[in-house]
Design a protein around this ligand. Sequence first.
Ligand code: ATP
Length: 427
Amino acid sequence: MEKIVSLCKRRGFVFPGSEIYGGLAGTWDLGPMGIGLVDNIKREWLRRFVSSREDMYGVKSSILMNSKIWEASGHINFFVDPMVDCKKCKSRFRADKIDVKNGCSNCGAHDFTEARSFNMMFKTHAGPVEDSSTEVYLRPETAQGMFVNFKNVLDTMRPKLPFGLAQVGRAFRNEITPGNFIFRTREFEQMEVEYFVREQDWKKYFEMWHKEMRAWAEDLGISGVSDREVPEEERAHYSGRTVDIDFDYPFGREELWGLAYRQDFDLSQHSKFSGQELTYHDEETKEKITPHVIEPSFGLERTMLAVLLSAYHEDGDRTVLKLKPKLAPYKVAVFPLVANKPQLVEKAREIFLSLKAGGHNLNPVFDDRGNIGKRYYAQDEIGTPWCVTVDYQTLEDDTVTVRDRDTAEQERVSAKDLETYFVDRLL
Ligand code: ATP
């Protein structure tokens, strides 16, 4: 874990939030490489689960929503974690995550207060008046934004069951103990689907989404994934069944993504609290029904962490991130063999600019600093799949060397064929 944290800092993936002021617990910032990686993960998610399917619709709802939504959803009453305080050092812990018998991790004491409920929603005020009538919450999940727009999408798009709403966006949770790098933070991004089905079909679509989630983990190169059937007493109040997709992190097996059968809980509650009818007219049976919901929920930063951990390799003295090429922030790096030969630099710049203009999301980078070996090592560490070097032979026959990140082998490729060469390998 320390190696990943250090690589992320050193190479511009993830920086501690507010670092020059000593940081702010539970927050991390993405650097240029981090943005490159998460944008590629998000794009893959949207392509796979939304644009390539005909039963999915995107929405983007506000982070601030009417507080009644959180009453209806049960978050005001139930979105709580049990919290205990250490009587000696006053540190606060999640009662279900601390080993009470072996003592508190800060001071070793065994003396804790009784567990109390702690609501994890961040509260603020909308407008200048700070009283209970202006209280609003930062959303703790994107899901509710889909339920409250169910009727709007039904009325405008006229979808047929089964269909899903999808959203990518930020969520906020006042976690009692954030930690393990970007695994548990107080602000993060979710990618969620609310998939509406007829009640009698829920098991079939639960299985479908379960398979989809496992297949996506494989497609992203995430290894070490397992399922955990969540027992009833641990499930969220709305869930009729939950399967966690767990990942073997260096700190243990923990949740990566969650799959829940939310039944008709949310639509029924919002119907009751808003007074609006949130039903679907089933043309087959000529009945109005309240659809049931299957929810695959993905955390973006946890996905990034699992991708990085799965891709991390040490090969002799080099560190290589074996990212799937489609996830790599840069697909190609272009170098002149040496920086002090203007003809080589000029040719390398020309290749770099033509790949950049090419429109295939290769996102090439140019580098002429230091020696070639160091440049290769730097690209290996950020997962760039290919390095192109312009050398003296290039000036004679217009071929360049292409070095493969995983094998470190090189082959000569004609400069004019480079774009096709990479696009063909971009899986
Ligand atoms: P945990 O048990 O780890 O607290 P959870 O069961 O509360 O997670 P869900 O409510 O199912 O999580 O949220 C859906 C997804 O959002 C999770 O699978 C995870 O990927 C992500 N997620 C949840 N909480 C956090 C957090 N504090 N930091 C980063 N990602 C998170």
